[in-house]
Design a binder for this molecule. Structure first.
Ligand SMILES: [Zn+2]
Length: 391
């Protein structure tokens, strides 16, 4: 559901196909090449045939059961329901967990809602629902360093009630560690028109503490979209969908939304014939690549992955240091920047590195530094305090 359309225009920038940071990863490309048009079409038709999925309807319950069966069929066994009540109806978020090999307690959340309003919601949000299930199908036997949680939220159309419940009752009390929330909502486009662009949505709302990181993830999402699909991208502001309760909670979010906005959502005309299945197919390729990248999928036979290190991979020592310190990168080949600031925020040093290195650093009587480590996407992946002691 998207209602605040007016605010959007200000934030749209069409990005040309300009690629820099990432290059095509053959392991990822191979997985993306298995995105199946037929599988997506089958899911969309199924979703439509299940009917109007409003709270309290048999259709909504049947859709829930169909989604669970699909994951069970694909071999997932960690499936749980997050149950809540909305206007007297018991409703369910469907949560499927795939455990990561290295950071099992930190999650990439790939989410979208499956409830609909007035119509069958084949675009809003059968499109996102089908793509999420397709990603899950393709990633079932792929190793990822981070855990992935595929979440199909309910009661989004009632005001993001399901995602709000999940954030207040699971994410917040459990202090769940989330790398990124990747929301997919209404990505069907408009039948009979060229649908060649997708909105990549970044956090531009308060609290702003994570907005820069969200922007970096969203830039990455756009870059991957150019690499792995034939779509162009527009960076726009995130609003009006299930990532927003996470956003309010201070989590890092990004999302996909159709660029050419359909007029049929929330009507009985939100049907397969009114969306563009080829567009859904391209969006699915972009979303699959992004999930692989965000969760750091890797090939166990070659150990090959994107080689983009995370905060956990880079360390600075000793701390406190005296005349020099070391950066350990645990094997990354990506170029990073270390930027040191003094307590007043003045930049003292900026150093590029792509492997382990020693930084000899004559300190002018300063005892406390602050540092940022910035990746090629401009994302601050680590920051902290570095202490200097005179010998
Ligand atoms: Zn929606």
């Amino acid at each position: 559901m998207k209602t605040k359309l007016l605010t959007l225009a200000l934030f749209i920038f069409i990005m040309p196909c300009m690629l820099k940071a990432q290059t095509l990863n053959p392991f990822y490309q191979n997985i993306v090449s298995n995105v199946s048009y037929d599988s997506l079409l089958f899911s969309l038709e199924n979703f439509e045939n299940l009917g109007v999925k409003q709270p309290g309807t048999q259709a909504l319950d049947n859709t829930k059961n169909r989604i669970i069966s699909k994951y069970t069929w694909e071999g997932y066994n960690n499936i749980s329901l997050d149950t809540f009540t909305n206007s007297g109806h018991t409703m369910y978020n469907i949560v499927i967990t795939k455990t990561g090999s290295l950071y099992s307690n930190k999650y990439v959340i790939v989410d979208g809602h499956y409830d609909t309003r007035t119509g069958t919601g084949t675009n809003d949000n059968g499109s996102g629902t089908s793509i999420i299930m397709e990603i899950a199908r393709l990633l079932k036997n792929v190793n990822t360093e981070y855990s992935i949680r595929f979440i199909h939220f309910s009661a989004e159309e009632e005001g993001m009630v399901g995602s709000g419940h999940y954030v207040s009752n699971v994410v917040s009390p459990q202090n769940m560690q989330i790398r990124i929330v990747f929301n997919i909502d209404e990505v069907g486009g408009v039948a009979g028109f060229p649908n060649d662009t997708i909105k990549c949505e970044s956090d531009q709302s308060s609290p702003g503490s994570n907005n820069a990181t969200s922007a970096a993830f969203t830039d990455t999402l756009a870059t991957l979209t150019h690499l792995y699909s034939n779509l162009k991208t527009a960076i726009t502001n995130a609003y009006g969908s299930d990532y927003m309760p996470f956003q309010s909670n201070g989590n890092i979010i990004t999302g996909l939304y159709e660029y050419r906005e359909s007029s049929v959502p929330h009507t009985s005309n939100d049907l397969l014939i009114n969306l563009d299945t080829s567009y859904v197919y391209e969006v699915a390729k972009a979303a699959t690549a992004a999930t692989l990248y965000f969760a750091r999928a890797y090939d166990t036979t070659t150990g090959f992955n994107e080689l983009q290190p995370t905060a956990e991979d880079i360390s600075i020592f000793p701390n406190p240091f005296n005349s020099s310190f070391y950066i350990s990168t645990s094997g990354t080949q990506e170029t990073h920047h270390l930027v040191l600031f003094d307590a007043l925020g003045q930049k003292i040093l900026s150093k590029e590195f792509s492997s382990n290195c020693e930084i000899a650093f004559p300190c002018a009587g300063i005892s406390i530094y602050f540092y940022n480590i910035i990746n090629e996407s401009g994302e601050v992946i680590k920051s902290g305090k570095l202490l200097h002691v005179e010998k």
